[in-house]
Design a protein around this ligand. Structure first.
Ligand code: ATP
Ligand code: MG
Length: 342
């Protein structure tokens, strides 16, 4: 019977679907195909010959954790090598593939490309931490390239994401219309996360309208961001989130200078995690392609902030000035809608 091995320990029944899914599970260093059989020597030898049928240059490695087993590792290794030679296989110490036989209660037999064999582990998995082993976070998701990558990186660390998206349309729906882009990005991210996603969609229009009417262009972006973080605190409390996550990267755009990031962070007591902080756009884009969000991210999207922005925003916002402007605008309670993405 074929099996997929997660790390060293867990065997799952093999299917093409299971194999494909292994590329989307965080917390797994590596996986490979293998077989689990009874420890009778005859069975092991027959299985080794079978499993090697499409292989050339093979190296044989035997590891015995069951010290009661009747043969030592070198003794079993010699038997396997002899059997493979008898069956016309090339045995080569520098071979491209390792045939690894582990003797525990049962015998586990794997074929591992030599390049992936390091400390007896497969190293082709996504790594990271298992889903939901970390805390809850509020992910600020725009329709751009960066924030889906930031979301992926934080899911990788085991955090449970609650998505927060600001838009400027009536009847926002992640299934249709303008909102479909956000729905599609979340569907792609969902491949890496086994539980439903919650999405809060907030109509930012009443706030942007006030900002545009009351604030000169150069200060608008920092105000938008500060409003986003303060309005979202209601969601953070309700969902028990411990930190925000954003896709900001230092110096990428005018709103992301160190001064502006500090002025933005000041508005909330929640930690703001910025997993992309040191990455170049080129690196972020490469990762977005690998994750599979890039194609959707580059589709046209009129998110709430792209309108009415100046060519030359203030790169050194003044906190006191920003606070005065906020006071002038006052508190606004926008409409918040809640969705479940399964
Ligand atoms: P992105 O590709 O993520 O849109 P960006 O380079 O366009 O990033 P900004 O527009 O300055 O950067 O946004 C910085 C961060 O603010 C985003 O990565 C995201 O976390 C948050 N953000 C921006 N717009 C929105 C929005 N409409 N709703 C929720 N969060 C947003
Ligand atoms: Mg953006």
């Amino acid at each position: 019977m074929n099996a997929v091995a997660q790390r060293d320990g867990i065997f799952l029944p093999y299917s093409d679907e299971n194999w494909e899914k292994m590329n989307y599970i965080f917390g797994i260093e590596g996986f490979g195909k293998g077989l689990e059989v009874e420890t009778a020597v005859e069975t092991i030898l027959k299985t080794c010959v079978g499993i090697c049928k499409d292989e050339k240059d093979i190296q044989v490695v035997v590891r015995r954790s069951n010290k009661q087993y009747k043969l030592t590792s070198p003794e079993l290794q010699n038997k396997i090598v002899a059997e493979l030679i008898k069956n016309n296989f090339d045995i080569d110490k520098k071979g491209k593939t390792k045939l690894v036989v582990k003797i525990g209660k049962k015998a586990r037999i794997y074929l591992i490309p030599t390049t992936e064999y390091l400390g007896e582990q497969f190293l082709n998995g996504l790594g990271g931490m298992p889903a939901s082993s970390g805390g809850r976070v509020g992910v600020m998701l725009s329709g751009g390239i960066d924030s889906p990558v930031a979301a992926w990186q934080i899911i990788k660390r085991g955090c449970k994401p609650v998505f927060i998206h600001y838009h400027s349309v009536n009847d926002f729906d992640p299934e249709k219309g303008v909102g479909e882009k956000i729905g599609n990005i979340l569907k792609q991210l969902k491949k890496y996360y086994p539980f439903p996603f919650k999405l809060y969609a907030i109509n930012f229009h009443p706030i942007t309208r006030e900002i545009v009417q009351n604030v000169e262009p150069k200060n608008r972006l920092v105000l938008y961001r500060r409003f986003m973080y303060s309005v979202s605190e209601e969601i953070m409390k309700k969902e028990g989130c411990e930190a925000y996550v954003s896709g900001e990267s230092l110096g990428q755009v005018a709103s992301q200078t160190l001064t502006n990031l500090s002025v933005i962070s000041e508005v909330t007591n929640y930690e703001i995690l910025r997993p992309l902080i040191s990455m170049d756009k080129k690196e972020i884009t490469a990762l977005a392609r690998q994750i599979g969000t890039f194609e959707e991210s580059i589709k046209e999207y009129d998110d709430t902030c792209s309108k009415f922005l100046p060519k030359h925003p203030n790169i050194h916002s003044d906190l006191e000035e920003i606070k005065k402007l906020e006071k002038k605008i006052g508190k606004i309670k926008p409409e918040i809608r809640e969705f479940l993405i399964e």
